[in-house]
Design a protein around this ligand. Structure first.
Ligand SMILES: NC(=O)c1ccc[n+]([C@@H]2O[C@H](COP(=O)([O-])OP(=O)(O)OC[C@H]3O[C@@H](n4cnc5c(N)ncnc54)[C@H](OP(=O)(O)O)[C@@H]3O)[C@@H](O)[C@H]2O)c1
Length: 277
């Protein structure tokens, strides 16, 4: 177990921190008494203590001082202020993991000792139901053992793909922002169901379950999506009629353009962040 015996601190007890704590406890990656969470809001601290039996404190440096692994889970805008606050308290051996969108490893490392090991991740909102797709990237001083720990943490809430940090904007454009695309697609499919006569609730159930089942089939079989698409299109049948309309409407190009736009936006936000330093 890569994290056996480690103490984990999560700085910022919001949605993502809660998803991670829930996943780590459920998968027994860490016991509750190895985890501490911080937040500025007393009700969040109480929530973590009551529901997960983990330690929860308001003072970030107190939590940071005990951590072998520390996850920065505050909003990107305040991340560097928080790093400056905890830096003097950190153990020299602590592994630092950021989940903040758009903040480069170098920006975090500027406030830490040169030997500090920093990794960056991009999970998505599906961590809330333990089905996240998370991209992870190693900083220049991170070791293969560090990456095993990062992987173990995020595998508790879904699947993990390791990339170079330069591809984090691309991961943000695809999987970080991807749930929004899928929600829109499901909403549109539900509208379509209503258009052809299904009641709204049933239409949405059928649409969401179709996306879920198709994703399971792809992952479980490991088959190329084109192969599965060919398997469900019979000559002169219904699926090929629908696919013809999707191709005529430029669905592929639209989705590619969406990921390109979101990737570019992520890059711009990262550049703005670096300039503000
Ligand atoms: N949500 C996603 O889908 C998603 C996906 C990928 C990456 N991320 C990244 O994950 C990070 C957390 O996102 P989130 O959605 O979990 O945000 P969130 O729910 O707003 O969580 C952040 C928490 O930190 C608290 N906080 C504010 N200032 C603090 C301080 N100085 N010290 C300690 N805690 C403080 C916030 O309290 P207040 O509410 O009172 O400010 C809030 O409870 C962000 O950097 C985001 O970019 C999120």
């Amino acid at each position: 177990m890569p994290l056996a015996g480690s103490r984990l601190a999560l700085i910022g007890g919001g949605n993502m921190a809660e998803a991670l704590v829930r996943g780590l406890l459920r998968a027994a990656v860490l016991p509750p008494d190895s985890i501490v969470v911080t937040d500025t809001r007393p009700e969040r601290l109480e929530h973590f203590q009551k529901h997960y039996r983990v330690a929860a404190v308001a003072h970030n440096p107190t939590a940071a001082a005990t951590a072998d692994v520390l996850i920065l889970a505050v909003k990107p805008q305040i991340l560097e202020k928080v790093v400056q606050e905890i830096a003097p308290a950190l153990k020299p051996t602590a592994l630092i993991i950021s989940i903040a969108a758009g903040v480069p490893i170098a920006s975090i490392a500027t406030h830490l000792e040169p030997s500090a090991r920093v990794c960056r991740t991009m999970p998505n909102i599906c961590a809330l139901v333990a089905h996240a797709a998370t991209a992870i990237a190693a900083g220049p001083t991170a070791t293969p053992e560090d990456m095993k720990q990062v992987r173990a943490i995020f595998e508790a809430v879904g699947i993990v793909v390791e990339v170079e940090e330069s591809l984090m904007d691309a991961a943000t454009g695809l999987s970080g922002s991807g749930p929004a695309y899928v929600f829109l697609i499901v909403e549109a499919l539900a509208d379509a169901g209503v258009r052809v006569g299904l009641p709204r609730y049933q239409a949405q159930q059928l649409a969401a379950a179709t996306v879920l089942g198709s994703a399971h089939l792809l992952i479980d079989t490991g088959l190329h999506p084109g192969v599965l698409k060919d398997q469900v299109t019979s000559p002169g049948g219904t699926a090929i009629a629908g696919l013809h309309t999707l191709e005529a409407g430029g669905l592929r190009t639209t989705l590619i353009n969406a990921v390109v736009s979101a990737t570019e936006r992520s890059r711009q936000l990262g550049e703005q962040h670096t300039k503000r330093q």
